[in-house]
Ligand binder design. Sequence first.
Ligand SMILES: [Zn+2]
Length: 412
Amino acid sequence: MIIKGAYVLKSYKDEPQKLDLKISNGKISKISENLIENDEEIYFFDNKLITPGLVNTHTHVAMSIFRGIAEDLPFNEWLFKTIEPLETKLNDEIVYWATLLSLMEMASNGIVAFCDMYMFENSVAKAVSEFGMKALLTRGLVDLDGNGKGRLKETFELIEKWNEHDNRIFVGLGPHASYSCSINYLKEIANISKINDLVVTMHLFENHWEKERYNLKEILDTGIADNHFLAVHCVHVDSDDLKLLSKFNTFISHNPTSNLKLGNGIAPITDMLKNEINISFGTDGPASNNSLNVLFEARLATLLQKKDNPQHMKIEDVLKMLTVNGYNALKLDGGLIQEGKYADLTIFDLDTPSFFPTKNMKKHLLHSTPKVYATMVNGKFIYIDGKFPTIDSKEVYRQFTNSYKKVIGIEN
Ligand SMILES: [Zn+2]
């Protein structure tokens, strides 16, 4: 396949330039000013801007089934009184359709890869496999109800069946949080991570009350961050915590919308950057956001940090968080448009009022409202010009609506 005529932003550091791309076997095989090749599938993308694909480093995709049902509630009422009781009604089929709906939403927002933590993760993997996106999947691990071993067994089954599937699906370990896992359970998970070289991702200090159970040192002493630790939220961390975290192979997923909407606060991103911690963006689940759009998260995060100093969160830093840092957090190779890299691309439509003057198009990616035209993963379009070529979107809408009725029990 050849893509001709587009502006290409090869990395967060570069400026867009007119370049042609050749894609073979899922990877970018040639980048040149004027590629002339015969007998190829050719796309003429004049008036398009191609960037490295965007990454969503934290979500619970199947929670789209709960979108809009629990609004204006504090975190404890939202999670423990509203969401958790409804989660008992989920099953493989419901999670499969709810996942497909979320994949459609993410693809239409330019997302090529994401990290998920939830239940019925085998169905999430099936949906991701069919849809064509890239993902790091984790079964949410909790042991306070006595089923910690059972959830670890599900994780091993997930690894056996899906890890490294099609160079797109990877499996990690997902301890839910330090308030839902015992110290011994965290130690066991840490050990499994080290032996099998698996990413660990966990909600960390999303709420002010979490430290009352275990402080950061007690959590890190379990070994949970010794291998590759993707900590989610980190809203309630002080400078000592950040210094401690920076000594480990820590990656932080910043989810500003969910943190604000559930009344949990604003993470100290500027301090994290001073400690040279790898920060990326997550949407969190669609029941607490309620959308799956990392560009919006990036814009919100930037504005929140600029409120005291407009020199914080420069465009290059933020584009790096959306791309290279996202891949690093998921322990994947990517985030750059280079020969030999996987063709994971986000393609924006420049024929949009908000992209003019086009000379400043790189800035518009963050501070204006860009429109995604197409999304490609490993050389295949998963979204193009309003359509989802890998699935039957009408069937997803129909089955999702049926699933919603089964969970909520009312006519939608
Ligand atoms: Zn979450």
